[in-house]
Design a protein around this ligand. Sequence first.
Ligand code: ADP
Ligand code: MG
Length: 484
Amino acid sequence: MATGLEETTLIQKEDSVTDSEWQHVRDRLRETYGEAVFKSWLNPIRFDGISNGQAVLTVPTRFMREWINANYLDTLKRYWNTENKRVYSVNVMVRQEMNKAAESQLADNEVISIVPAAPVVASPVANFTAPSRETEASTAPMSSPLDPRFTFENFVVGKPNELAFAAARRVSESVSIVPGCNPLFLYGGVGLGKTHLMHAVAWHILRTNPERKVMYLSAEKFMYQFIRALRFNQAIAFKEQFRSVDVLMIDDVQFISGKDSTQEEFFHTFNALIDQNKQLIISADRSPSDLEGIEERIRSRLGWGLVADLHATSYELRLGILQTKVEKLRDVFIPPVVLEFLARKITSNIRELEGALNRVVAHATLVGAPVTLESTQDVLKDLLRANDKRISIEDIQKSVAEFFHIKVSDMHSARRSVAVARPRQIAMYISKQLTTRSLPEIGRKFGGKDHTTVMHAVKRIEELMQQDAELKNDVELLKRMLQS
Ligand code: ADP
Ligand code: MG
């Protein structure tokens, strides 16, 4: 019997050499695809060894294997081959033990959720009143679970998110599609409230317009269902499931990028739904035009409706969020000076801000001591340090692109017109100054450029700053802004 076990015994593992080669391949994948894609799809891959010129990799589920084969196989092969000339192909297998479980689930379960359910960690700050309806009962069967805390009532509105909020509100209050808002495309960095807003739309419709059918799915879950349907020749049945849905929301579509036929099919479905007058809400961590690996035709279609940007938080918004959260606390008093301190220091995103507050509250509850500025600084030492120095090349590219009105994707391109090349050089210069990355690392982040290109850019900007006061001001402003 040709079992996976026999295959495993053939594999020779050449100890630490191949392990470090695999580590290099992983590093390059992370650089190429970015942290988000890496975490979701590539990090779970384990390296088992080399067998007959094949690198054997294992993943936890069949779905992942399909997905990796469809999207990342060529790159994996290429990177392995550069590391180790004897490796000319890659074999992705499903890990034995998990395979069994997944198989049996596949057989007796209509829907497998590969999306972790909403976290149920009891958080001292999370004692909001939950909406009364049961999640599973009221949304469509394929929906991912909704977090009861993610309602409009719990969403604090400020300048950075007011457009996204207003649009989401509008869609949730309408009894049909909202003209000019289909699809509604919400985008912004992690932890800025995209998922919160989408769940809020779902909760609001469930409460006020229960006859409207809402479906909320993470992009991975959508893809999972879709690929599965294709495999079992149920593509038509799959599309049928959406027929009765009035509002379809798909979260984090950046995970759908990648060149393959599945993406193509996905967007056919998407088009069909729009043609059938379904309201669509899509979220991503970047704008439609910056969604790399998605065809131009599809990107522009995604941007046809309303594109609403959730901007980086402002001090006021952060403070507002903290204030609303502490109002709900009964047993702990947090002095305003502590809230101001947190709002000033934890600037990365709202998720982290909430986490910081939770820690302060948890600590106070545990030790039974009043919260002070000193105790806060002490409890959050590591977090504060991380927030102090964490400026990523991606942040720099984004800010510089925004400042000069060019696309973030131009930072990775080879276009040479000054309008694009100069901001790119500035971004390289700032990356050298504000991060600890080496020249080759910086080059890689700018679409795989050589370290000499980066060196040249740094020199050039230094020269220009001597000659051109305006450029000098721009660069210094950008630096201050990134460091604030
Ligand atoms: P994203 O999907 O953009 O990564 P989330 O929607 O998951 O971010 O938000 C991260 C956390 O921050 C959630 O706990 C959410 O409730 C909270 N949050 C985000 N924006 C706001 C806001 N404007 N008001 C209150 N809480 C917010
Ligand atoms: Mg989200």
